[in-house]
Ligand binder design. Structure first.
Ligand SMILES: Nc1ncnc2c1ncn2[C@@H]1O[C@H](COP(=O)(O)OP(=O)(O)OP(=O)(O)O)[C@@H](O)[C@H]1O
Ligand SMILES: O=C(O)[C@H](O)COP(=O)(O)O
Length: 399
């Protein structure tokens, strides 16, 4: 690995800035609705605190203008509960008060600084050298002895707190970052044959993963589900009816049908499409074979069907590794959760299994499925890593 880890860092008595990704779903009153990302960082934070570090935690929440763009007070309260050491909060990020609070931190105690994206520069992307000259990094770095980046889920952004500190201070990968790079960056070393189960709604990213994994010889089987499968079914000449076609069209994915058609032409034996699908008819789930498409009126394809789950399970029983990204259907609705629940269950029992994606992880938690070998904390970051794209925050750690 071309970067240093916590094993290389002298912690006791030193002020350590730690960038985490605790960007989380919020409830109606802007309170934390899911603490999974906070729990994921407990290992790194506890280790630094137990080793006597004075820990200043940096994080973002939401995007400027978005619904989830809120402060981090409730995140601090939850971190304080999750960690054995006290976690304070300051409602500014790099003001005099915030910097004094860092200077005054006793050994083994932490403070969470306010949402980094409250400051305009943090929502811009820079080269590390330039990011080091932003107000956020420029004002905080002199109060820190070292920087730890554990925010793998945001590693695809070259924003100041993610790449600038790495230029200004001795820098180290946190435990999440280390493990994600080890697993997602070494897919080529996992047991073969490999199946990629690709679903969900991020069609362009999914097409890129499928193309990359097949062209690089990483994938032996591609099992398509979710909206991704709908695009492949359209590319294969199936008429999905107005309901599904409208969804693909409204989300601007119409041109992705050509990419799917090219993939089917290049790899006809490796790419698998659903043989049956679930549609909504009079508020009930009805399964139909793809030969019976299109459904009536604006009925939309919302899930894969039972036969497809069985066929895919037979393939998964023969592989050494499965990489899973994206739910198999609209799992948020109980009528259409079956495909996702059953298929995820099978994947969790098959060889070595890697799961990535925010909604995918949410589905894993919702159905309480255990047994996966690696559940990535990242959505976009995991996707990019799986397609072989460099991630700026990791590159900054390696520089
Ligand atoms: N057939 C379908 N029609 C419409 N939406 C679908 C269908 N199948 C799955 N979805 C939707 O796909 C969404 C999840 O897709 P997405 O690609 O965002 O997952 P993810 O990769 O796990 O998440 P992220 O990349 O955001 O971290 C869910 O909201 C689900 O309802
Ligand atoms: O949730 C995520 O994917 C990360 O926290 C990055 O958030 P962003 O997509 O708003 O940059």
């Amino acid at each position: 690995m071309g970067f240093q880890t916590l094993d290389d860092l002298t912690v006791a008595g030193r002020a350590v800035g730690v960038r985490v990704d605790i960007n989380s779903p919020l409830g109606e009153n802007a309170e934390l609705a899911d603490d999974a990302r906070l729990r994921a960082h407990v290992d790194t934070l506890s280790e630094l605190l137990e080793r006597g570090g004075r820990v200043a935690i940096l994080a973002h929440q939401g995007r400027p203008g978005g619904d989830a763009f809120e402060g981090l007070a409730s995140h601090a309260t939850r971190l304080d509960e999750l960690l054995d050491a006290p976690v304070d909060f300051t409602d500014t990020t790099f003001s005099t008060a915030a910097r004094e609070a860092i200077d005054d931190l006793p050994n083994g105690q932490a403070i969470l600084l306010e949402n980094t994206r409250f400051y305009s520069e943090e929502y811009m992307e820079f080269e590390p050298q330039r990011a080091a000259r932003t107000h956020l990094v420029g004002r905080l770095a002199p109060h820190l002895d070292a920087f730890v980046n554990d925010a793998f889920a945001a590693a695809h952004r070259s924003q100041p707190s993610l790449v600038g500190f790495a230029h200004a201070l001795p820098s180290y990968a946190g435990r999440i970052m280390e493990r994600e790079i080890e697993v997602l960056g070494n897919v080529q070393s996992t047991p073969t044959p490999r199946a990629y189960v690709i679903g969900g709604a991020k069609i362009p990213d999914s097409m890129t993963i499928i193309r990359h994994s097949l062209d690089q010889g990483l994938a032996d089987e591609i099992l398509t589900t979710g909206l991704v499968a709908n695009v492949f079914l359209l590319a294969a000449g199936h008429d999905l009816g107005d309901g599904s076609a409208d969804v693909v069209y409204e989300r601007g994915h119409w041109e992705q049908i050509d990419r799917a058609a090219d993939l089917l032409e290049s790899y006809p034996e490796k790419i698998h499409l659903p043989t049956d699908v679930a549609i909504e008819r009079q508020n009930r789930r009805v399964e139909i074979g793809v030969e019976d498409l299109p459904p009536a009126g604006d009925e939309a394809v919302m899930d894969i069907g039972t036969d497809t789950v069985e066929t895919y399970s037979d393939i998964l029983a023969t592989v050494g590794t499965t990489i899973l990204n994206g739910p198999a259907g609209v799992f948020e609705e109980s009528t259409f959760e079956t495909g996702t629940r059953k298929l995820f269950d099978v994947v969790s029992d098959s060889g070595f299994s890697i799961v990535g994606g925010g909604d995918t992880s949410a589905a894993v938690r919702r159905f309480d499925i255990t047994g996966f070998d690696h559940i990535s904390t990242g959505g976009g970051a995991a996707l990019r890593m799986l397609t072989g794209e460099p991630l700026p925050a990791i590159e900054a750690l390696e520089a």
